[in-house]
Design a protein around this ligand. Structure first.
Ligand code: PBG
Length: 331
């Protein structure tokens, strides 16, 4: 009788030994929780396509932030849903803008909570685009201008830092945005404020529910002239490399689920922390299946997030952060 020499099952025999040899562990320290803040009072409006995710007005933000903090989550990503929009997205960089006000509030209520400010214009522009639009009436075409947009993004980043944001997270995909924002922050005295660059952001259908949530659907066209083609992987390395050379401190891949190869590629090619953004439709799809009783929500979410870490993510942005923090405590 011959026996298998290698028996991989030896290390799977019970929970203790499986725990001992486990290669990847999820921790509450890995998590960033996104929040949508809006104007008005008493607003806690559930986003229909994202059950469990809300628009919150500032008066209700305090309670929410305390809850997030009590769960051990140490970072919040802020998205603003303003009441006014214009072509230049001026509410993105107003001193009393919604993100600026929310940042000040969070830093007052929970000074140790890291505020990550999403630096983009699309929620604030009447066009719904992430930059300044130039219309050519004669040709009937519109172009998203790169360098003109940079100036506004720098203003936005600086005003967020002035409000107390700990990390600037530009998601606009303009060329040269990291260098522009870095020098803008430095000149304003924020030399120690890190930039979490949405380096590799694909033009993805997985942002659908977010656009309902943030009211940031482009009013015409799409984002394909600035966000990346989902078919491209090598180009992701060029995007990341240019951000590294321009002074990025953290590199993000977005979305996460369909782009685990890109997470891995960034981890292998760069020594910066890698952030995976588990985006809105990745959340909504699990929610919908769970609501139908088709999947075990907790098991699916923990497995997915563990997969991001195994692929190379150091940090995960997820709408599931509060649930995950609670589940990890129970485990
Ligand atoms: C803004 C922005 C988007 C997301 C984050 N920042 C939407 C977009 O580019 O259309 C998507 C986040 C998500 O889907 O959860 N530029």
């Amino acid at each position: 009788m011959s026996f298998p020499i290698t028996r991989l099952r030896r290390l799977r025999g019970n929970a203790g030994i499986r725990n001992l040899v486990r290669e990847t562990r999820l921790s509450v320290n890995d998590l960033i929780y996104p929040l949508f803040v809006t104007t008005g009072t008493g607003v806690k409006e559930e986003i229909p396509s994202m059950p469990g995710v809300y628009h919150l007005s500032l008066d209700l933000l305090e309670e929410e932030v305390r809850e997030v903090s009590a769960l051990g989550i140490q970072a919040i990503l802020l998205f603003g849903v303003p009441d006014t929009k214009d072509e230049a997205g001026s509410s993105a960089y107003a001193e009393e803008g919604i993100v600026q006000q929310a940042t000040r509030l969070i830093k007052r209520v929970t000074p140790d909570m890291l505020v990550v400010a999403d630096t983009c214009l699309c929620q604030f522009t009447s066009t719904g685009h992430c930059g300044v639009v130039h219309y050519d009436e004669a040709c009937g075409t519109a172009e998203i201008l790169n360098d003109e947009s940079l100036a506004l993004l720098v203003k936005t980043a600086v005003s967020q830092a002035e409000a107390g944001a700990d990390i600037i997270a530009p998601s606009n995909m303009m060329d040269g945005y990291v260098a522009a924002i870095r020098s803008g922050l430095d000149e304003a005295g924020f030399t120690n404020t890190p930039i979490m660059a949405y380096s590799v952001k694909y033009a993805s259908a997985f942002y659908g529910p977010f656009r309902d949530a943030a009211h940031s659907t482009p009013q015409f066209g799409d984002r394909k002239t600035y966000q990346m083609d989902p078919a491209n992987g090598r180009e992701a390395l060029r995007e990341a490399e240019s951000d590294v050379l321009e002074g990025a401190d953290l590199l993000m891949v977005k979305p996460a689920l369909a782009y685990m190869d890109i997470i891995r590629a960034l981890k292998e090619n760069f020594d910066l922390p890698v952030v995976a953004y588990n985006v809105s439709a990745e959340y909504s799809m699990v929610k919908a299946a769970a609501a139908n009783g088709w999947v075990d929500e907790r098991a699916i979410v923990l497995e997915t997030l563990t997969g991001f870490k195994r692929a190379g993510a150091d940090i995960i942005i997820t709408y599931y952060a509060k649930d995950v923090a609670a589940w990890l405590r129970e485990n």
